[in-house]
Design a protein around this ligand. Structure first.
Ligand code: AMP
Length: 193
């Protein structure tokens, strides 16, 4: 993996561990020579992951919509800042640039970006690994909802397995490196029900 896109909160959250893990992830990617792609802001966990990577000389590419430049406060020290016009353009570029994605704790924006990558994967539009760094159990309820989706017949187990989860950066990166996308598509036929 040459580049990983990280989705995460534009806020810091209530637990210090969120920020610490975001910094640690940024650092770890840089030390593995993996470039970081993210939303380009200096605030919240977004700023923390970028600062972590930059602190050890990593390359960081920010992709920021022009209209968010003030609200999300552009990070001034990035290796490269790509300014775009729309949110859709932002996500397309973040996808084009990366070989995999990781979600850290976050809010609606983080989940929106994460689920879009997941649904694109489910439709076979890409075969990239999609990971959740489940810091301090932040995503436990979401993971349990995904299991409910399988149980209640809305999600195939093979697609559920696309979501790689760990609370350890090492373990998550290991899972991502060996990931094989499912060969079956999303669409459930009569025969497979
Ligand atoms: P949040 O998790 O809500 O703090 O948001 C994290 C990041 O997701 C921020 O940079 C938001 O601007 C971004 N975001 C929110 N909605 C979208 C969207 N529809 N497309 C792309 N980025 C988004």
């Amino acid at each position: 993996m040459k580049r990983i896109t990280v989705f995460c909160g534009s806020s810091l959250g209530t637990e210090k561990i969120f920020e610490l893990k975001a910094r640690e992830l940024g650092k770890r990617l840089a030390l593995e020579n993996i470039e970081l792609v993210y939303g380009g802001a200096s605030i919240g966990l977004m700023g923390a992951v970028a600062d972590g990577a930059l602190s050890v000389g990593g390359n960081v590419i920010g992709v920021l919509p022009k209209f968010l430049r003030l609200k999300e406060i552009t990070h001034e020290k990035l290796t490269q800042l790509i300014l775009v016009d729309t949110m859709h353009e932002r996500k397309t570029i973040m996808d084009d640039l990366c070989d995999g994605v990781i979600s850290l704790p976050g809010g609606f924006g983080t989940l929106e970006e994460f689920f879009e990558m997941l649904t694109w994967g489910q439709l076979g539009l890409h075969k990239k690994p999609i990971g959740i760094l489940n810091v301090n159990g932040f995503y436990d309820e979401l993971i349990s909802l995904m299991d409910t989706m399988v149980k209640k017949g809305f999600l195939k187990d093979s697609n559920r397995q696309m979501v790689l989860v760990s609370d350890s950066i090492d373990h998550l990166l290991e899972k991502m490196k060996t990931y094989q996308a499912p060969s079956v598509g999303k669409w459930i036929t009569k025969e497979t029900i």
